[in-house]
Ligand binder design. Structure first.
Ligand SMILES: [Zn+2]
Length: 249
């Protein structure tokens, strides 16, 4: 599979998967990382229509489907007539400009896969939330899918996680987030893992797990992931002061 700008590509998935914020009609409340557990995922999004709606809201945060062929932002949803034999697949749109059809899956790790979106979300959750790697055999048993499907899923998700080693260029947004953290209120925060997210304008992203959000750690991650020519935008976090001075020197 060629390297492309998958939306669930590289490490960008982590914030995506952990921050499934949605305003679905069925779920008006914001979906917070801390609320996202296996029970919620299984209960709310085992329904394929809801899973597709959730994925679309992640794929097109503006709310409008964007044509992957010509980038036009107006498209019609295709639905099949009730008595037709040739049923249209779920979530198919037709672009108003180029007339080509597409789904939210085009250009993502899910592209041209017949595995339901709900299963993909579940697999992503399981893989992202487990400390040890999950084998295709485990996925096959846990998700009740064939071994072949499980192998395909695991392979694609792992591919998306891999890092091509090319440094980010241009305008970069840098931010830190904390993921995980099971347990009671007392121990919750100490169990969270700081993750640095670097997002290149245009889509490419990298993340680095850091032991703490210190100048030393953030600086090392920046030096590893970002080209010297890049412009870095950060929040007011003091941890960036020194590293940015070094980068701009
Ligand atoms: Zn189009």
């Amino acid at each position: 599979m060629e390297a492309r700008n998958y939306i669930l590509d590289r490490c960008r998935k982590i914030p995506y998967v952990y921050r499934m914020k949605t305003t679905l009609e069925t779920d008006k409340n914001e979906f917070d990382a801390d609320d996202l557990n296996l029970i919620t995922l299984a209960r709310e999004y085992s329904d394929e229509d809801k899973a597709i709606a959730l994925f679309e809201s992640m794929r097109w945060p503006g709310g409008k489907p964007i044509c992957p062929h010509c980038k036009f932002d107006e498209a019609y949803k295709l639905t099949s007539k009730p008595d037709t034999k040739n049923k249209i697949r779920k979530g198919v749109y037709c672009c108003a400009a180029c007339r080509k059809t597409f789904t939210a899956k085009v250009g993502t790790v899910m592209e041209s896969s017949h595995i339901p979106v709900s299963t993909w979300l579940m697999a992503l959750f399981l893989i992202c939330s487990s400390k040890k790697s999950i084998s295709a055999h485990q996925l096959h048993r846990m998700l009740n899918i064939t071994y072949k499907s499980a192998w395909f899923l695991a392979h694609r998700i792992r591919y998306a996680f891999s890092d091509d080693g090319v440094k980010l260029k241009g305008t970069i947004e840098a931010d830190e987030t904390f993921v995980g953290g099971e347990g009671d209120a007392k121990t919750k925060f100490s169990r969270k893992i700081p993750v640095m997210v670097l997002l290149e304008r245009g889509g490419k992203a990298k993340t680095r797990v850091v032991s703490s959000v210190s100048q030393k750690n953030l600086g090392a991650a920046l030096a590893e992931c970002v080209d010297k020519s890049a412009t870095i935008n950060t929040d007011e976090h003091p941890g960036y002061k020194q590293p940015l001075r070094v980068m701009n020197a």
